[in-house]
Design a protein around this ligand. Sequence first.
Ligand code: SAM
Length: 419
Amino acid sequence: LQMKDELSVFLETGIYKFEDSNVVFIDPVRVLNRSYTRFRVSPSAYYPRFFKSQRACQESTVSSNSRKRKRNAKEPRPLNESERVAEHRHQEAKPLLLKAHEYLLKSTELLEVLGKLSNDIGSSTQCKGLSVQGVENSLIELGRVWQAPLYEITLTLPCHKKANDNKDSLSMQYGEQMVLPAFNNVVANETEDDVEAELLNSHYILPRESCFYMSDLGKIHNLIPDEGACGFNLIVIDPPWENASAHQKSRYPTLPNRYFLSLPIKRLTHTEGALVALWVTNRQKLRVFVEEELFPTWGVSYLATFYWLKVKADGSLIGDLDLFHHRPYESLILGYRHGKVMNSDNLSTIRPVKDNCVILSIPGDYSRKPPIGGLLEEYFPGLKPGRRIELFAREMMAGWVAWGNEPLHFQDSRHFNQV
Ligand code: SAM
């Protein structure tokens, strides 16, 4: 019976908690859909890998095989000092990851749902796709040109007719339009409904009670709350870390580590403190930087590490756990930043963060992280739902502030269906 409950909770929330464990499976599409009323995230847009044509799949297997062959032909070189430390860290995480994977493989009911995912994708019967024209805006490029301050975004606010206004009480009337600067400006949907927006002929969907600020890092200080205002209780950060492998082409600009030292974490922190969740890659140099420089500079004390283990729809890992440069997992480092009000209650009212949680999910587009905010709710200080911000965001969520140079990226209407 317990299992059945977990499954129905999963179908509703997108989060499946494996009993008596630190392991969860999440379906980002279901989680994100809780932010919307009239629209739904399109599974085929979220999971583009399912939609590679058969041919493209075969081609990519052939080429990766030949790449593998080349790699194998080389003599394996001995690991250097920092690689040995990374390998040691991996060996420590490995049993946890294998155990977590086993939970998934044993959960036939969940695997069954995942197996149907590609059917769901093919037949979204209740939903119709939105008509989209032209090419997707490159928001990063738009933000860079001299005209950026002139670009405007038009929000069309829905207004529900009152029941006695019209016989058809559910009909929607399109009300007021709001025209706002799209860049370097706080744009908010304060309504309790999805809002459609238009920027240079592209359409975007903004979830209820959400807000974005689209700018370069140089302008982030504009998000610092005024004197007397509160700041954020949960700060999720997914920085554009530089990638060691030069041939892995990046879809966005990256920044050298020193730039992240200047993120105003302390001044974004709520007067009652904040939980800071930082996505990191497996590079040892990066881990050392975070532990020895970044967290100390931000005044953040380390709490715990979570792992994100990436699987395919059949439940198998996306790659071999032991491939040194292509681990099928990434880490989320959690820390605590105290606020101005040093109240001993602050820390004691939040639950101690469990260490070594493993989050399993099927990865979306390049570098897209699963929405983990819901898993952290019990761990941050202050009243719930709390003030939440994502830094370097590419998407928006109900109740969150999204900052980055392309926070509307995944809000483009081509990523949605209409209910
Ligand atoms: N968490 C995101 C997701 O799940 O889709 C991915 C974030 S990605 C790792 C980093 C983001 O930082 C990219 O959108 C990139 O364009 C943005 N970025 C890079 N340089 C930036 C800058 N100087 N100012 C603001 N954002 C920047």
